[in-house]
Design a protein around this ligand. Structure first.
Ligand SMILES: NC(=O)c1ccc[n+]([C@@H]2O[C@H](COP(=O)([O-])OP(=O)(O)OC[C@H]3O[C@@H](n4cnc5c(N)ncnc54)[C@H](OP(=O)(O)O)[C@@H]3O)[C@@H](O)[C@H]2O)c1
Length: 225
């Protein structure tokens, strides 16, 4: 039996590979992107596509209205901006606000807007794409303030969601995709999008309520907070 997945930021990178692999195994995929034409030119027929800018409240409301009454089993908050590593004294605070708005608030806004549909779903899985760079315990190289802070915030919020929505049966996790060769990860990254997504789908498929609130990487290993 197929399940319904909503994925944000699907026009390129990991989001697009999520769409490819989920379609290939026969799932119902609702792909979203702020550049709808770009998304449509990359995805095959059979994928439901919608415009969604996760940093724009009006865009999120329009999308959630179209989902009204439709069950969603798995939400994958993939859309993100990064990594830009400037020294603290040349840090651009406007950039920091943009990263926070997209990487942290974006996932929260989308989750809240889609709650009615997620409540109708049978799996109730919420997967927020984080990064090891958001791990405080793993930070041994400093810098990258905007990106690190935005993902650390997402981690904390996901942990609270896991607690607050456990009684309703939701499973909320943050997943680190590895260092992957996308526009964000760069061509020299050691993991391919295919490997990262097949690993993350294995992790997502195996999630149980006991995993809710965990920080897991694409191999299934726990990441320190
Ligand atoms: N690649 C890595 O090594 C790596 C490592 C750790 C974590 N991650 C995380 O994995 C996720 C995907 O990364 P990626 O490597 O695929 O990055 P990417 O190649 O740069 O793609 C990012 C995607 O997010 C979309 N996006 C950005 N801002 C958005 C917004 N406001 N609304 C909707 N979509 C938006 C982009 O759309 P546009 O084309 O419109 O910009 C694009 O589709 C991110 O959350 C990232 O932080 C990646």
């Amino acid at each position: 039996m197929s399940n319904t997945y909503v994925i944000t930021g699907c026009n390129r990178g990991l989001g697009l590979e999520f769409v490819r692999q989920l379609v290939a195994r026969g799932e119902q995929v609702i792909g979203t992107a702020r550049k709808l034409e770009d998304l449509r030119s990359h995805t095959e027929s059979g994928v439901e596509t919608h415009a969604l800018d996760v940093s724009n409240i009006d865009s999120i409301e329009r999308f959630s209205e179209t989902m009204n009454g439709q069950a969603i089993d798995v939400l994958i908050n993939n859309a993100g901006v990064g990594v830009h590593s400037k020294p603290f004294e040349s840090l651009d605070f406007n950039e920091m606000e943009e990263f926070f708005s997209t990487n942290t608030l974006g996932a929260l806004r989308v989750f809240r807007a889609l709650l009615p549909s997620l409540r109708l779903g049978s799996l109730k899985k919420v997967v927020n794409l984080t990064s090891k760079m958001g791990s405080i315990a793993d930070n041994s190289s400093g810098a990258a303030y905007s990106y690190r802070v935005s993902k650390a915030g997402l981690n904390m919020a996901t942990r609270s969601l896991a607690i607050d929505y456990r009684a309703e049966g939701f499973i909320c996790v943050v997943v680190h995709p590895g260092w992957v060769a996308t526009d964000m990860g760069g061509a020299g990254a050691p993991v391919t999008p295919e490997e990262s997504i097949s690993g993350m789908l294995r992790v997502i498929d195996r999630l149980t309520p006991e995993n809710s609130g965990e920080h897991i990487d694409f191999t299934g290993a726990r990441v320190p907070w």
